[in-house]
Design a binder for this molecule. Sequence first.
Ligand code: KIV
Ligand code: ZN
Length: 386
Amino acid sequence: MAKDKVHIFDTTLRDGEQVPGCKLNTSQKLHIASRLDELGVDVIEAGFPISSPGDFHSVEEISKLVSNASVCGLTRAVQKDIDVAAQALKHAKRPRIHTGIGTSDSHIKHKFNSSREQIIERAVGAVKHAKQYVEDIEFYAEDAGRTDNDFLAKVCEEVIKAGATVLNIPDTTGYCLPEDYGAKIKYLVENVKGIEKAIISCHCHNDLGLATANSIAGAVNGARQIECTINGIGERAGNTSLEEVVMIIRQHPHLQLDTNINTKLLYDTSQMVSEAMGMSVQANKAIVGANAFAHSSGIHQDGVIKNRETYEIIDPHDVGVKTSAIVLTARSGRAALAYRAKNIGIELTKLQLDKVYEQFLKFADTHKEINDDDIPGIVDLADLNA
Ligand code: KIV
Ligand code: ZN
């Protein structure tokens, strides 16, 4: 059975760049956009053109540069925003306007002091206005995670009639549980008239650490686009991490889903974004963290040396990491020490290993990590000729 394609919508340059202190200049954005295109993302959200002249310029330049992915610009449901976004996207091969408005009762009351009827009117008006400029219109129902499902379905129905091609269902506040977010997507699939004319998109924030789980729950229930960022960067606790959703889909073939991503570029892309933004990747970050393929406890090291698959569900080469690491610490066992010593040309018999291991433990208790350079000195201390 052919797998269903999940479109990857990368918003590193828009939602990701909203991280305080991580502003990128146009040349850095172009560099990242070109890598995202090579990585195989389907859509690059290049910015929010009306927000500043710099953002407008970046969206315009990215539109000229990108050859494969659609290039998308964000707007509010405001005509001027849409006019400016259309202008910035003028040179894009595949332009997309991303417009929308808050749909939860909280947003309707506190942000807009409005009514459900007026929100639908503004949503439809924005989509129709955008449709004059481009064919591909994505509509976001901001705070959809906390929006009543009946009303959300009504909004979706009306914007599809107005010409929306993609329906973005953001869990803007990162509030939803995977079960509830998945059920919301299923509800829309089953209850929105005309839903076959549009793709449902997941856009999840990570306030409770559930962005990836929610996005996968959405895809399992019928969404066919996931919005994400490299390293999961973004507002507050961040967005869904691109590398995580892509690898979950790849490592679980029974989901019958697939993406276009060249996973071998994931690690390098993660490093590139981290450097450009001056934002380090946490060491225990799934897929791309420094420790994602590092083994330090004796039991795990022994297993991995015998067969990598005992403690690794992903081949590091598949995500562009050169090799798994056997890290030497006071928790390491003889197998790890023998392995690392052999790697630098020191072969030890069982008896010799016992002696060296004794010295190794003394050294390790006073050092956080033991490097290859330390090993010959430890071997000398063991005095193998005595
Ligand atoms: O989180 C959100 O709701 C958004 C929208 C503007 C798409 O980023
Ligand atoms: Zn967002």
